[in-house]
Design a protein around this ligand. Structure first.
Ligand SMILES: *[C@@H]1O[C@H](CO)[C@@H](O)[C@H](O)[C@H]1NC(C)=O
Ligand SMILES: *[C@@H]1O[C@H](CO)[C@@H](O)[C@H](O)[C@H]1NC(C)=O
Ligand SMILES: *[C@@H]1O[C@H](CO)[C@@H](O)[C@H](O)[C@H]1NC(C)=O
Ligand SMILES: *[C@@H]1O[C@H](CO)[C@@H](O)[C@H](O)[C@H]1NC(C)=O
Ligand SMILES: *[C@@H]1O[C@H](CO)[C@@H](O)[C@H](O)[C@H]1NC(C)=O
Ligand SMILES: *[C@@H]1O[C@H](CO)[C@@H](O)[C@H](O)[C@H]1NC(C)=O
Ligand SMILES: *[C@@H]1O[C@H](CO)[C@@H](O)[C@H](O)[C@H]1NC(C)=O
Ligand SMILES: *[C@@H]1O[C@H](CO)[C@@H](O)[C@H](O)[C@H]1NC(C)=O
Ligand SMILES: *[C@@H]1O[C@H](CO)[C@@H](O)[C@H](O)[C@H]1NC(C)=O
Ligand SMILES: [Cu+2]
Length: 601
C-alpha cells in the first residue's frame, strides 16, 4: 500500500501583465503525450501518458483566470484534447473536437488551447479523438470559486467552527478520478467491434485516480449478486467470468448480425487476476472534514462510490453548487462530477472506499482506502474491517442506505429557464443498423468525420442530418426519444454552456413541445428547481421507450457537439453537432484556422 494523495502539479507559469491584472491571471500549462507501457491494474498495455502519468496532472486555477494549455503530441497517432464542461465562451476553436472545432494534432506537433475560466467548479480534460479517452488521456480541472460566490454550507449547519472546517476542507479539495480500463487499446476495441458487429460493453478493471487491480469473482459469487434486472436480460444464461452479459445476449446487443469468431480475448471472457497500484486517501481528522471531487472519466462503467461508515454531503454537481444533500453513496455516470464533504468523526483507522459498477452490463468493482492520520502517525485499525454501505453491484446493504437521487437535488442558487422557447428538437436515440452503431437524431455520426474540415470553419460542408442550427440568444428544447428497449442510460453531454433538465419519463414522446406535454403529464417535469447540468442520463429503457427533455439558451456562438459519453456509443455515432448561433459566429483567429506544426517545422 502506498500513500499517494499528493498530486503532481503542472509547471505553472504566472505570466502576469498589467492588462490582465483586473481580469485574472494568465496560466500556462504544458502536457507532453507519450504512448507507453503502463500497468495501472497490474497488467501492462500501451497507454497514453501525460507528462509520464495517467491521469494527467490536475489543473488548478481560480475563477477568472485565463488558460493556455500546450499539448506536445509525441504519440504515434493524431489526437485532440477537450475540456469537459468548460463553456469556451468566445473561444469555440479551443473545444477540442476534431471535425467540429479543429483538425487533429498530428504526431510530432504542438497545439495551444486558450480559454477563460468564467465558471468555478470541477471539470476534467480528456481526449476527444476516436476512443482515446479509454487509453488513459484524462486529468482533473479544479476552478476555485471567486470569494464573491456564495457557498451553500450554511444549509448544513450554522455552527461557526464547523463552517470554517468545511471552508478549509473545500480549499484543500482533491480530485478522485474514476475510470475503467481494458486490456485492449481503444483501436483494438473499435476494430473488434467492426469485425464482430458487437457493442463492447465490458471492461477489465475499475480505477481510482488511475489505480486498481483485477479480482476474478467466482461464478458462485457472480450468480449470487446477479441483479433482478440482469436476470431479466440473461434468462437462463449466466454472466461471463469477467461478470459481463454474454455477447450472444439478444436483449443487450439487439437483433443484428454478429461474427462471434472475431471476438478478442478479454472483451467478454477471460479473467486474469492482477494486483496494480492502490490508492490511499490520507485525511487529517483534526480538520474535521475532507472534500473530494468525484469525476467519472469511465468509458462504459457507471461506478457507484462510497466510503465505509462515512456519509457524504454532496454540495456541487457538474461544477455548480447545490443545496447539500447527505447520502451514503453516489453513482457517477460517464462525464459527471460530484463534490462531496465527508465528516471525519469516526475512530481513527482505515475505511474502505468502494467503487462498484451499477450498470446492468457487468459486475465489476475496485477498492481504495481512506486513512485517518493523526499526530502520532497512521493508527492501526487493529484488524477491524470497516462496515460497507454498498455491495458488489453498488446496491445499498441495508434498507436505510441512501444513494443520491439526482432529480431530487436543488441547485444553489435556483435558476429557472425562460418559457419562451424558439425551437424544439426531437432526437431519436438508439441502435443504427448494428449493435455497435448508434444514432442521436436521424442518422449515425460517422467517426470518419473527425478527419474532415472542421464545421466551425466551414458550416456549409455539414452533411445533412448531423447538425442542428440554432439562433443566438434564443431558448432551445431538446427531447431525447429513446424509442426502443433495451437501452442503458445514455449520459448526454453537451459542449459549451450548461442546460436545464426539464423532465423525463417512460412511454413514447408523442408531443410537439414541452408546453403541450405539460398539459398531459405535468408531474414528469420540474421547471421550478430544475437541475443545471452539462451531463445527464436518459432514463434506462428496460421494457419500452423513455424520454428526457432539456432546455438551454444559445449564448455562445460556435459548433458544439452533443453526445452520449459512453465512449463506444460516441465512436458508434451517438452524437449531433449543435451549430449554435451560426449567424454570429466569431472570426476564427488565423493561428487556429491554419495551425502550424510547431515542433517539426
Ligand atoms: C442557518 O441560518 C440561516 C439564516 O438564518 C438559515 O436560513 C439556515 O436554515 C440555518 N441553517 C441551519 C442548518 O439551521
Ligand atoms: C434456456 O431457455 C431457452 C428458451 O428460453 C431454451 O431453449 C434452452 O434450452 C434453455 N437452456 C438451458 C441450458 O436450459
Ligand atoms: C468472422 O471472423 C473471422 C475471424 O476474424 C473471420 O475469419 C471470418 O471471415 C468472419 N466471418 C465473416 C462471415 O465475416
Ligand atoms: C471487489 O469486492 C470484493 C468483495 O468485497 C473484494 O474481495 C475485492 O477485493 C474487490 N476487488 C477489488 C479490485 O478491490
Ligand atoms: C427492510 O424492510 C423490510 C420491510 O420494511 C423488512 O421486512 C426487512 O427486514 C428490512 N431489511 C433489512 C435488511 O433491514
Ligand atoms: C440504417 O438504418 C436506417 C433505419 O434505421 C435506414 O434508414 C438506413 O438506410 C440504414 N443505413 C444503412 C447504411 O444500412
Ligand atoms: C430529422 O428528420 C426530420 C424529418 O425529415 C427533420 O424534421 C429533422 O430536422 C431531422 N433532424 C435532424 C437532427 O436532422
Ligand atoms: C449571443 O446571445 C447572448 C445572449 O442573448 C448575448 O449576450 C451575446 O451578446 C450574443 N452574441 C452575439 C455575438 O451576438
Ligand atoms: C401520449 O401518450 C400517452 C400515453 O403514453 C397518452 O396518455 C396521451 O394522451 C398521449 N398524448 C397525445 C397528445 O397524444
Ligand atoms: Cu450511450
Amino acid at each position: 500500500m502506498q500513500a499517494s494523495t499528493s498530486w503532481t502539479r503542472l509547471l505553472v507559469l504566472f505570466l502576469l501583465t498589467q492588462w490582465t491584472c483586473a481580469a485574472g491571471r494568465l496560466l500556462h500549462f504544458e502536457v507532453t503525450l507519450t504512448w507507453e507501457d503502463h500497468a495501472p491494474a497490474g497488467t501492462a498495455r500501451k497507454m497514453i501518458l501525460m507528462n509520464k502519468q495517467s491521469p494527467g496532472p490536475t489543473l488548478y486555477m481560480r475563477q477568472g483566470d485565463e488558460v493556455e494549455f500546450l499539448v506536445t503530441n509525441e504519440l504515434p497517432f493524431a489526437t485532440t484534447v477537450h475540456f469537459h464542461g468548460i463553456d469556451q465562451q468566445g473561444t469555440p476553436w479551443s473545444d477540442g473536437v476534431p471535425g467540429l472545432s479543429q483538425t487533429p494534432i498530428q504526431p510530432g506537433c504542438q497545439f495551444i488551447y486558450r480559454w477563460t475560466a468564467f465558471d468555478y467548479g470541477t471539470y476534467f480534460y480528456h481526449a476527444h479523438s476516436r476512443g482515446q479517452i479509454e487509453d488513459g488521456l484524462y486529468g482533473a480541472i479544479y476552478i476555485r470559486p471567486d470569494d464573491s460566490v456564495e457557498r451553500p454550507f450554511h444549509l448544513i449547519t450554522n455552527d461557526s467552527a464547523q463552517l470554517s472546517a468545511m471552508a478549509k476542507a473545500e480549499e484543500a479539495t482533491q480530485p478522485v478520478m474514476l475510470s475503467d480500463w481494458r486490456q485492449l487499446t481503444s483501436e483494438q476495441i473499435w476494430d473488434a467491434e467492426e469485425a464482430t458487429g458487437l457493442d463492447a460493453l465490458c471492461v477489465n478493471a475499475l480505477l481510482v485516480n488511475g489505480k486498481g487491480s483485477i479480482t476474478c469473482l467466482s461464478q458462485q459469487t457472480l450468480d449470487e449478486y446477479t441483479t433482478a434486472a440482469q436476470r431479466l436480460v440473461l434468462g437462463n444464461t449466466s454472466l461471463t467470468d469477467i461478470g459481463c452479459i454474454p455477447p450472444s445476449n439478444v436483449y443487450a446487443q439487439g437483433d443484428y448480425p454478429h461474427n462471434y469468431s472475431a471476438i478478442q480475448p478479454s472483451m467478454y471472457y477471460g479473467c486474469t487476476p492482477s494486483q496494480g497500484l492502490y490508492e490511499t486517501f490520507e485525511v487529517d481528522p483534526s480538520i474535521g472534514y475532507a472534500s473530494y471531487d468525484l469525476i467519472s472519466a469511465a468509458g462504459v462503467s457507471a461506478p457507484t462510490y462510497s466510503i465505509d461508515e462515512h456519509p457524504m454531503w454532496v454540495y456541487a454537481i457538474d461544477g455548480r453548487y447545490i443545496e447539500p444533500t447527505l447520502v451514503d453513496a453516489v453513482t457517477v455516470y460517464n462525464g459527471y462530477r460530484y463534490s462531496v464533504l465527508v465528516r471525519l468523526d469516526k475512530p481513527a483507522g482505515d475505511y474502505t472506499v468502494r467503487v462498484a459498477n451499477s450498470g446492468l452490463n457487468q459486475i465489476i468493482n475496485t477498492t481504495a482506502t481512506m486513512s485517518y492520520m493523526t499526530a502520532a502517525g497512521r493508527p492501526s485499525s487493529g484488524g477491524r474491517q470497516s462496515e460497507p454501505f454498498v455491495n458488489l453491484v453498488g446496491a445499498g446493504v441495508t434498507n436505510t442506505t441512501t444513494i443520491l437521487e439526482d432529480a431530487a437535488t436543488v441547485p444553489f442558487p435556483v435558476q429557472v429557464p425562460s418559457s419562451d422557447v424558439a425551437q424544439t428538437v426531437v432526437l431519436t436515440v438508439g441502435h443504427w443498423n448494428a449493435s455497435y452503431r448508434w444514432q442521436m437524431g436521424n442518422t449515425s455520426f460517422p467517426l470518419a468525420l473527425e478527419d474532415d474540415k472542421p464545421l466551425l470553419f466551414d458550416p456549409a460542408s455539414a452533411p445533412t442530418g448531423l447538425t442542428v442550427h440554432t439562433v443566438n440568444g434564443t431558448w432551445v428544447d431538446v427531447i431525447f426519444n429513446i424509442d426502443k428497449a433495451i437501452q442503458p442510460p445514455h449520459p448526454v453531454h453537451k459542449h459549451s454552456n450548461k442546460y436545464f433538465v426539464l423532465g423525463e419519463g417512460s412511454g413514447a414522446w408523442n408531443y410537439s413541445s414541452v408546453a403541450e406535454a405539460m398539459q398531459y403529464i405535468p408531474d414528469s417535469f420540474n421547471l421550478v428547481t430544475p437541475q443545471i447540468r452539462d451531463s445527464y442520463i436518459t432514463p434506462p429503457a428496460a421494457t419500452g421507450p423513455t424520454w428526457l427533455a432539456i432546455r438551454y439558451q444559445v449564448v455562445n456562438p460556435g459548433a458544439f457537439l452533443m453526445h452520449c459519453h459512453i465512449q463506444v456509443h460516441l465512436s458508434g455515432g451517438m452524437a449531433v453537432a449543435m451549430l449554435d448561433g451560426e449567424e454570429v459566429w466569431p472570426k476564427i483567429p488565423e493561428e487556429y484556422r491554419r495551425p502550424k506544426c510547431r515542433i517539426t517545422e
